[in-house]
Design a protein around this ligand. Structure first.
Ligand code: PNS
Length: 166
């Protein structure tokens, strides 16, 4: 384990929302560095709204002023990625009871795969507790206003794509 405390925040981030931003910022309270890791599956190259590189770019733009946050994409198992990065902790936001079963299952499976990593669950800001990337995608595609839910740079890209409210 390196002296530096590195937390991995993994996810699809399609696109990053203010809920993700909140969890990443909270992680900086106990981690020296936060690696925001966009999961990429070679077998599902076309899935999702934004390509993986664009998702990473949006995260980098969002945290341009915060050198302790880095964004990368990764393929394969999260535990292998974390190990290779010298990270011993994974951070996930827990929005509601409905998230719990999936998150608990992943945390236990990841521990079974590599005992050297802990999963830390963070409660989001109440204002973001109902927010998800899939709802943002749906609302944006139907030309609804997603400005309260995503960073400005993401809003710009969504509006470019869908010509929604600004
Ligand atoms: O934002 P999401 O889609 O809920 O994130 C899910 C993610 C990317 C964290 C999860 O699918 C993952 O860790 N994928 C990498 C592959 C892996 O390690 N799978 C086994 C998990 S127990």
């Amino acid at each position: 384990m390196s002296a530096e405390r590195i937390a991995v925040c993994p996810g699809s981030f399609d696109p990053i929302t203010l809920g993700h931003v909140d969890i990443i910022r909270r992680s900086l309270r106990f981690a020296d560095r936060v690696l925001v890791a966009v999961a990429y599956s070679a077998t599902h190259v076309k899935s999702g709204m934004f390509g993986v590189d664009e998702r990473v770019e949006m995260i980098r733009e969002t945290f341009a002023g915060e050198p302790r946050v880095q964004a990368v994409s990764f393929q394969g198992l999260l535990v292998d990625f974390a190990k290779a990065q010298g990270a011993d902790m994974v951070v996930r936001g827990l929005r509601a009871v409905s998230d719990f079963e999936y998150e608990f299952q992943m945390a236990l499976m990841n521990r079974r795969l590599w005992d050297g990593m802990e999963t830390v669950f963070l409660a989001p800001d109440l204002e973001h507790s109902y927010l998800s990337s899939s709802l943002v995608r749906q609302i944006a595609a139907l030309k609804g206003d997603v400005s309260p839910f995503v960073p400005q740079n993401v809003l710009r890209r969504l509006n470019e794509r869908f010509g929604g409210a600004s």
